[in-house]
Design a protein around this ligand. Structure first.
Ligand SMILES: C[C@H](O)[C@H](O)[C@H]1CNC2=NC(N)=NC(=O)C2=N1
Length: 161
């Protein structure tokens, strides 16, 4: 069944203004840190820093992580089939072309890892947070599973599809 890519509507969606939290934002990196360590993500020059940080906070609460340099967002999605991995890869590729903002992706038998950062000017920007939300939307449409249920390499099932 073809996967519905809600592409044109979703990417033009205006960002609903997020409540600016006055608390300091606690960020986690891919390298585990203690919860009370306050991290400072590197925001691209010219960005509305408090807006991007508020968007990052929501993403980090939804499974995204900052890398050790705090300049890149990353997330891994797990799937039951390689076809679904490729579906998400295609959706992100089409989205990147349309937004002119491109990710680094690692596709494996049962998972896709995507990295977002802005190269010029260097740092994290609203393009990265926008595309990260787009990835979450598309992954939800395709249907992700917990890592424990994802497809793994091993002897082929008797009826290999
Ligand atoms: C010329 C073109 O608009 C720029 O090189 C775009 C292309 N895609 C991009 N993608 C990302 N992730 N960061 C950028 O700075 C960027 N710049």
């Amino acid at each position: 069944m073809a996967t519905r890519v809600a592409w044109p509507l979703r990417l033009n969606r205006s960002l609903t203004p997020l409540l600016q939290s006055r608390q300091r934002h606690a960020f986690t990196t891919t390298k585990q840190i203690s919860n009370d360590a306050i991290m400072q993500p590197k925001i691209s020059e010219g960005q509305d820093e408090s807006k991007v940080k508020a968007e990052l906070k929501v993403l980090l609460e939804n499974g995204w992580k900052l890398n050790e340099e705090q300049i890149q967002l990353e997330k891994t999605y797990h799937f039951k089939t390689y076809t679904k991995v490729l579906d998400l890869h295609t959706c992100i590729g089409v989205g990147s072309k349309s937004k002119n903002h491109h990710s680094k992706m690692i596709t494996e038998f049962g998972s896709l890892t995507v990295h977002w950062t802005t190269h010029k000017p260097n740092g994290l920007s609203s393009n990265d947070t926008f595309m990260a939300r787009y990835c979450d939307d598309q992954a939800k449409l395709i249907g992700t599973v917990d890592q424990s249920e994802a497809q793994k390499c091993g002897p082929p099932p008797s009826s290999q599809i």
